[in-house]
Design a binder for this molecule. Structure first.
Ligand code: V4E
Length: 227
């Protein structure tokens, strides 16, 4: 299961020049729409679970270990989340989090057809009464940088969200439980090369979106130390 380790940063007007100077290679620009889902009482996000549909594909981001640790990490400059894209796995995670203990299997006659599994998953979500609480479009410029010392690629994304917020991300994908220290090292080295200060956590798109459009939800997440 891949774990995304990332650090967000504020993009200043010299960021493109800096990326060129450190040898980052532009992989292109693309646009995507994200929709995030939760129950009316924020069951998922208050546990730091983020269920997203991006251009038709579902993903659940969840903290790698206990909720206690996740709360602590939410205050750190770097964050790490498990990324789950398998629909059956997402469903199992959601069942555990909302406390459904009954066995509900997908109709086996439909499992052969990926699109039917997809449709049934979405129907199952509707039954769970999960609603879209955030929807926005991002224009992303992606860069890649070779970290020869740690023998891996670091990805740098520059995001411009349609509600007027720009943020950069330095990101490394690792396997759960291993490589975490070296991933943090690669991110730290890249941040230093880009001349970023080490101390302050930068707000993500979601934090800014919720504060602007969903102040009640935002307040609950702040109170629970999720944001
Ligand atoms: C994990 C999370 C959220 C889901 C969105 O995650 P994020 O990486 O910010 O979005 P994006 O568009 O860059 O996704 P990608 O393309 O990398 O898959 S929304 C809030 N969180 C929690 C969170 C947090 N507490 N603190 C920080 C700095 N980031 C995220």
């Amino acid at each position: 299961m891949p774990v995304e380790v990332e650090r967000k940063f504020v993009c200043d007007s010299h960021i493109l020049e800096k990326l060129k100077d450190i040898g980052a290679v532009c992989m292109g620009q693309y646009e995507f729409k994200d929709q995030y889902f939760d129950s009316a009482d924020f069951t998922l996000t208050l546990k730091n679970f983020w269920l997203r549909k991006r251009e038709g594909s579902w993903e659940l981001k969840r903290p790698p270990s206990s909720h206690l640790n996740a709360e602590k990490r939410a205050q750190d400059v770097c964050t790490n989340y498990r990324e789950i894209t398998d629909l059956l796995q997402i469903r199992a995670e959601l069942m555990a989090i909302v406390g459904i203990h009954t066995e509900h299997t997908l109709d086996s006659s439909q499992t052969e057809q990926a699109k039917d599994v997809h449709a049934e998953f979405e129907k199952w979500l509707q039954d769970l009464k999960l609603e879209c609480f955030a929807e926005f479009t991002t224009v992303r410029c992606s860069y890649t940088l070779e970290d020869e010392g740690d023998n891996r690629r670091v990805r740098i994304d520059l995001d411009q969200a349609d509600f007027g917020y720009c943020v950069g991300e330095i990101e490394v994908l690792v396997s759960e439980g291993v490589e975490m220290t070296s991933a943090l090292h690669s991110i730290e080295k890249t941040a230093q090369k880009l001349g970023l200060g080490g101390e302050q956590k930068t707000r993500g798109k979601m934090e800014v979106y919720l504060q602007k459009f969903r102040p009640d939800h935002y307040a609950e997440l702040l109170k629970a130390h999720i944001l």
